[in-house]
Design a protein around this ligand. Structure first.
Ligand SMILES: [Zn+2]
Length: 294
């Protein structure tokens, strides 16, 4: 049983809701797949916690993917969370960045791409968020203000073994009856400290911040590490390389092995298996001809 969890809450008399995510065991499993420079490990942890909070709004079978692109310090930082709260994350970085870089150095250049994938319909939505801030939470908060979406506020706290995220969100308030109270609870939330977020449970945080309001706290939902890689998927990727590239691979390497970036599982394919892919592709090429003949 995972000790990592997400827990939602809702204000009874105000159009405001929120979530708290605590990642400990699931985070450690992910963080220890590779030896990350400290700053990059922190970035990956905070991105993942924000990713889980963003997923808590997903109403269908699918996942939310957060990716940092166009950053000179690494090739890729990516995290995923499904509506079942299965998470995974990884970063690819060049050797020169194994030198100690501060977390904030990583947020000077690049952009955050948030994608929403439906299990049945594929990519449905993508938002591209410019880096405007020195924290993942600040970047998200500034984006929410600029994009004039309903008020949202993110706050993230990181230690090597535990990442915690807090999100407060306004719900539609058509008659604008609660403007002052909404303002008040968001102001109170902003007084939350990193120390409190790391040490207090949700009930305690709610009591400290919102003791004037009636807040209903939902049960915790476990968050677990799970990788969706499989031998079949890796096989498909290899097949998609095409006949020419597969032929070159066989000539240069013979048997090959492919490691999953998220979970380090190694998938081996023999020269014979690769040549079977080439054979299958050749048969598929012939298919249109046989349709014409018949
Ligand atoms: Zn995997």
């Amino acid at each position: 049983m995972s000790s990592s969890y997400i827990q939602k809450f809702i204000f009874e008399n105000l159009p405001v809701k929120g979530s708290l995510v605590v990642l400990d065991d699931a985070w450690l499993t992910i963080a220890e797949q590779k030896i990350y420079p400290d700053g990059l490990r922190q970035l990956l942890g905070k991105l993942l916690a924000a990713n889980v909070l963003l997923t808590s709004n997903l109403k269908f079978d699918g996942k939310v993917i957060c990716q940092i692109q166009d950053n000179p310090h690494f090739n890729l930082v990516v995290s995923e969370c499904s509506n079942q709260y299965h998470i995974r994350a990884t970063a690819k970085f060049t050797a020169k960045d194994e030198a100690m870089l501060d977390y904030s150095n990583y947020l000077q250049e690049g952009r955050l791409v948030v994608s929403i994938d439906s299990k049945t319909e594929g990519n449905l939505y993508q938002s591209i968020i410019a880096f405007n801030g020195s924290e993942v939470s600040e970047i998200l908060n500034n984006y929410m203000i600029q994009s004039e979406q309903l008020k949202s506020w993110f706050f993230l706290a990181y230690t090597e073994n535990k990442v915690v995220g807090f999100m407060l969100q306004q719900l539609p308030d058509t008659h604008q009856l609660h403007l002052d109270d909404i303002e008040r609870v968001f102001m109170l939330a902003s007084t939350l400290t990193t120390h409190e977020l790391l040490l207090d449970d949700l009930e305690r945080i709610i009591t400290k911040l919102f003791n004037e309001d009636n807040v209903v706290v939902m049960p915790q939902h476990p968050v677990t590490f799970a990788c969706s890689c499989s031998r079949q998927r890796v096989g498909e990727i290899l097949r998609n390389l095409g006949k020419d590239e597969l032929t070159t691979l066989i000539r240069e390497q013979g048997n090959i092995s492919v490691d999953c970036d998220y979970c380090n599982t190694e998938y081996r394919f023999t020269e014979y298996e690769l040549s079977q892919f080439i054979l299958q592709l050749s048969i598929e090429d012939l298919a249109p001809i046989s349709t014409q003949i018949n």
